[in-house]
Design a protein around this ligand. Structure first.
Ligand code: EPZ
Length: 420
């Protein structure tokens, strides 16, 4: 398993271009199952999760090609139910359920199971599809869903932690080919859901309320192929911005959509980070002295849970106490113990992490546990004195394309060490 070896203490300087959004492209790839025509996607990041999803589509009989950021997919015919082992290994594959149900009238998808950040239930996905007249049963690790014809309905998709992103995606995709009108109440408003909705509309779907908590989908007979450019990855953008701030650097960020992460920019400014925007370009400079700031993760347009770990790494460097409250997932503090190996002073009390920042961090070997925790450890390693080895960065490769090259281009001393 590969690791990153980082020599910290060097300010990041230079320019970085943000790639396409992982969390937009995964459901969009699933949506290509809704038509027998060819779909072409641009600005697709080369990530292990994307390559995994393409394998899943191919296991269902689709032809897929991925070259220089462009993917073409054609699901002319759908064969069987896909490869159980493949689907079981990546949670995000749950979003093939809705399209398969709509296209074939049945689907057999392995239960996604949980991960380190939480149990990751799918009760809202199943509630929504059942409202569209699907018969759903769970047996021996599979979800078996059948529907001679899906029928439109009104369904509330809010759960104990607010709306569900992939649950909204699943139900919206299924509703595009259902008979009649579907209204999704308490729909997720994340930009990635909006990008999927725009992709579906470009395939001929009829969707109103895009970007709002109420989506109205009028079913159509069939959908056609299309061409689409994936939105930039707001989480990648926030990760690089936190890294620049943590190393007292100054970087120019190209290709992001700052309006997609206004809550993060607001908190960074509160922490003393300078952020100037000119069209889609951001100039970010980290202050010599960071100030503490409290965050609570919320559904969009609140502070995103996917930036919680990275922001915590930054707050370890801000003299004073910052309270980080995680309201979306029940155990998304796996990075805390590893940050403490670097000298951070953090106490966990339920959903709160109390960060007493300001002491300099010193490099040490640390272990990545999940995608965004790994990013937090890289940020801390870049700021720490001495060297930090981040083990198991296969977690990071799931969601960041060529991270070490992009950081090296910004002056970081970071190398990928081939797996032991
Ligand atoms: C998406 O996961 C993202 N993944 C996650 O990003 C992101 O953290 C999450 O949305 C929240 O923004 C992808 O888009 C591939 P949810 P998703 O359903 O859709 C509860 C990353 O780092 N819930 O919005 O699976 C759930 O337990 C990843 O890129 C139910 O109770 O998340 C959680 O508390 C990590 N029942 C909350 O809702 C359900 O049926 C939000 O989960 C579904 C979810």
């Amino acid at each position: 398993m590969d690791s990153f070896l980082i020599e910290g203490g060097r300010p990041l300087r230079g320019e970085v271009t943000i790639g396409g959004s992982k969390n937009a492209v995964l459901p969009i790839l699933a949506a290509t199952l809704l038509t027998s025509d060819t779909c072409t996607l641009h600005r697709v990041p080369d990530l292990s999760d994307v390559r995994f999803m393409l394998k899943i589509l191919e296991s269902l009989g689709a032809e897929a090609e991925f070259k220089d950021g462009t993917v073409t997919v054609r699901a002319a015919r759908i064969k069987g139910f896909g490869d159980y082992e493949l689907i079981r290994k990546m949670r995000g594959s749950i979003c093939i359920l809705g399209p398969l149900l709509a296209r074939c009238g049945e689907a057999r998808v392995s239960l996604p199971g949980g991960c380190v950040i939480g149990t990751r239930p799918i009760d809202l996905h199943l509630k929504g599809l059942a409202a569209l007249k699907a018969q759903i049963t769970i047996d021996s690790g599979y979800i078996q869903a059948e529907a001679r014809k899906l029928g439109g309905n009104t369904v509330f998709l809010g759960g104990r932690a607010g709306p569900t992103v992939l649950g909204t995606a699943n139900v919206m995709m299924a509703a595009t080919l259902a008979e009649g009108v579907t209204v999704i109440e308490s729909a997720a408003c994340e930009p990635e859901v909006g990008d999927l909705a725009n992709f579906l509309v470009s395939m001929g779907a009829r969707i109103q309320g895009i970007g709002s908590p109420t989506l109205t989908i009028t079913g159509v007979k069939q959908l056609h192929g299309t061409e689409h450019e994936v939105i930039p990855d707001r989480i990648e953008a926030c990760t690089f911005i936190c890294a620049a701030a943590a190393t007292r650097g100054e970087i120019i960020v190209h290709g992001s959509r700052p309006e997609h992460f206004a809550a993060v920019l607001d908190k960074l400014r509160e922490a003393g980070v300078r952020v100037d925007r000119k069209a889609g370009t951001l100039r970010v400079s980290g202050p010599t002295r960071l100030k503490p700031a409290d965050i609570t993760t919320m559904p969009y347009a609140g502070f995103p849970t996917d930036v919680q770990a990275q922001f915590m790494a930054l707050m370890c460097l801000a003299k004073g106490t910052s309270v980080i409250t995680e309201r979306i997932f029940e155990s998304r503090f796996m990075h805390v113990a590893e940050l403490m190996r670097l000298g951070a002073d953090i106490a966990i009390e339920g959903p709160n992490a109390i960060v007493k920042g300001g002491k300099p961090l010193s490099g040490a070997p640390v272990m990545a546990s999940d995608l965004r925790a790994s990013a937090a450890l890289v940020i801390a390693g870049l700021a720490a004195r001495g060297s930090t080895q981040v083990h198991r960065i296969y977690h990071l490769d799931r969601g960041y394309e060529r991270m070490e090259q992009k950081l090296r281009a910004l002056g970081a001393k970071i190398d990928r060490v081939a797996g032991e």
